[in-house]
Design a protein around this ligand. Sequence first.
Ligand SMILES: [Zn+2]
Length: 253
Amino acid sequence: MASMIIDAHAHCGRLDRFPPQDLPDYRSCLREGRIGGFTAISPVMEIYDRHDPDFRDSPQWQKQRAESNAYLLGLGSPDFIVYPFFFIWNDFAVEQIRPGHKGIKWHRHADEPVYNYDDPRCAAAIEEIRRRNMPVLLEEEFANTLFFINELAPGVLVIIPHLGYLNGGYESLRRRGIFEMPNIYADTALAPDADIRDYISRHGHDRIMFGSDFPFGDPESELEKVLRLDLNDEQLEAVLGGNLVKLLARSNP
Ligand SMILES: [Zn+2]
């Protein structure tokens, strides 16, 4: 068992209560004190209206987004580590990134409002993210994932959530050589056992991290899933927290 288990993918906020996903809600579903911290990501519904394809940004949404991102900064405590990720949207408000933010969340599904990739502020945001060496937890549809990694932000640290399940699928990304790239990491949240085993057999255990996608995944059962893979101690240490801690130590110098 790893010395410190950290969940590399959990949503956390107090505005979106459907389902409840504040820090106490997360901690109340933990047993045995095994998980000692998480990567905190604002709920999508605190950032933009995912159900409105014609969604237009507004000062009210910008204010809510800023509050949601700032909320995560004050959550850590001596008995529970919190690594806040800054959820970026179409105002590309990188000036709101604080030293406490350890990564970036970039999130969109196919039927949701689009990122303005052509906006000059987008390119400027990528350069700021690169300068800060922050990993981007990138959930986008397949074509945009490839575009982001190969053209928009080559070399930028990227974490593919769910081993690619919502980025076009594990196999599609694997066949395009995405997981071979040294700057591309992945998390296990809601990924099938077979994909995790296949990933580790091909790419090793240094760039894959345990995650739950709380509140959509249950942290304890997602942890059990990884423990059932029969990984050795060194692999477990890496996957359950070591890889994440090492990656985030390089962030926001
Ligand atoms: Zn998620």
